[in-house]
Design a protein around this ligand. Structure first.
Ligand SMILES: NC(=O)c1ccc[n+]([C@@H]2O[C@H](COP(=O)([O-])OP(=O)(O)OC[C@H]3O[C@@H](n4cnc5c(N)ncnc54)[C@H](O)[C@@H]3O)[C@@H](O)[C@H]2O)c1
Length: 272
């Protein structure tokens, strides 16, 4: 399903990180299905090439956690396509932690590199490219673990909460330039990422990667700046409503760049 509404800005060309597998591959197919040209970025060269050839797109191989890699990939995609108006920062990984007191520092840094550094570096590099396109959209694949705790993987939970906060903080500033930033927060999806946890999950219902791609299409069409949309099996993607935090007593307005400046504390404004 691809949602088209009057508010749906057409995607002419897109870059998808982690596009060689799972959700990124499904999103690449979804975007190509709308007529967009797609650059598929993945550390797995063969996987990137396979998906790129399927969608008649551009394969780019690299480690998106490394500084400079995404900037070069974005530049190459922009040069190849002429312009770039959608960037999906989707690559991600789970930790191999087996318990809270079993911290492998190298593994911890690897997870933060892919799940957090990649989003920060990628978004920073994408902004000038989208400015040249006179606006565009950035969607970060976070996770339900960015909205609720996942005790089975606290490091993953940490990383996904971090990017949800980052998306919400940068979105209002970038919206002024016509660049919309959103997060998509899927529940468990049937992709290779889930393989180590499959036995524990038993017959828990899983999303198909295509379900998440549909939600990404919906967010591209309907998302408002900074919104995080969750996706669960059997449900279409939906806006997540943050409960908010009561403001200070006395009714002072939030400072322009302070917490709540984006309106996320509105729900708490009653407590004066
Ligand atoms: N599968 C789930 O249950 C689930 C649930 C919620 C969120 N997510 C998120 O969805 C996103 C996509 O995951 P998926 O489930 O499709 O997993 P996946 O393993 O099928 O795909 C991830 C892709 O990212 C690539 N990748 C990993 N590290 C990279 C790096 N450093 N540089 C470039 N490419 C890299 C991998 O090679 C792979 O092709 C991730 O951010 C993940 O955290 C997944």
């Amino acid at each position: 399903m691809v949602v088209t509404t009057t508010s749906d800005p057409r995607t002419t060309s897109a870059l998808v990180t982690g596009g060689g597998s799972g959700i990124g591959a499904a999103a690449s197919r979804m975007l190509a299905g709308t007529g967009a040209r797609v650059a598929v970025v993945d550390i797995d060269d063969r996987a990137a090439r396979a998906v790129a050839s399927e969608v008649d797109g551009l394969a780019l191989c690299g480690d998106v956690a490394s500084p400079g890699v995404l900037a070069r990939a974005l530049e190459e995609a922009e040069q190849t396509f002429g312009t770039l108006d959608v960037v999906l920062l989707n690559a991600g990984t789970a930790s191999q932690q087996n318990g809270i007191d079993d911290l492998d520092v190298a593994d911890y840094r690897r997870v933060l590199g892919v799940n957090v550094d990649h989003v920060v570096l990628g978004l920073t590099a994408a902004v000038p490219v989208l400015r040249r396109a006179r606006g565009g959209r950035i969607v970060v694949t976070a996770s339900l673990a960015g909205l609720v705790p996942m005790p089975g993987d606290p490091i993953y939970t940490l990383s996904k909460h971090a990017v949800v906060g980052y998306v919400r903080a940068v979105a209002p500033v970038l919206a002024d330039e016509g660049i919309r930033v959103n997060a998509v927060c899927p529940g468990f999806a049937d992709t290779p990422l889930l393989d180590p946890a499959r036995e524990q999950l038993g017959d828990f219902p899983l999303l198909r990667p295509e379900d998440v791609a549909d939600a990404i299409a919906e967010v591209l069409a309907q998302g408002r700046p900074g919104e995080c949309w969750f996706v669960q099996p059997g449900r279409p993607g939906e806006r997540y409503t943050f409960r908010g935090v009561p403001g200070p007593r006395g009714g002072a307005a939030a400072p322009a760049v302070g917490p709540g400046a984006a309106g996320h504390l509105d729900e708490g404004a009653h407590d004066r």
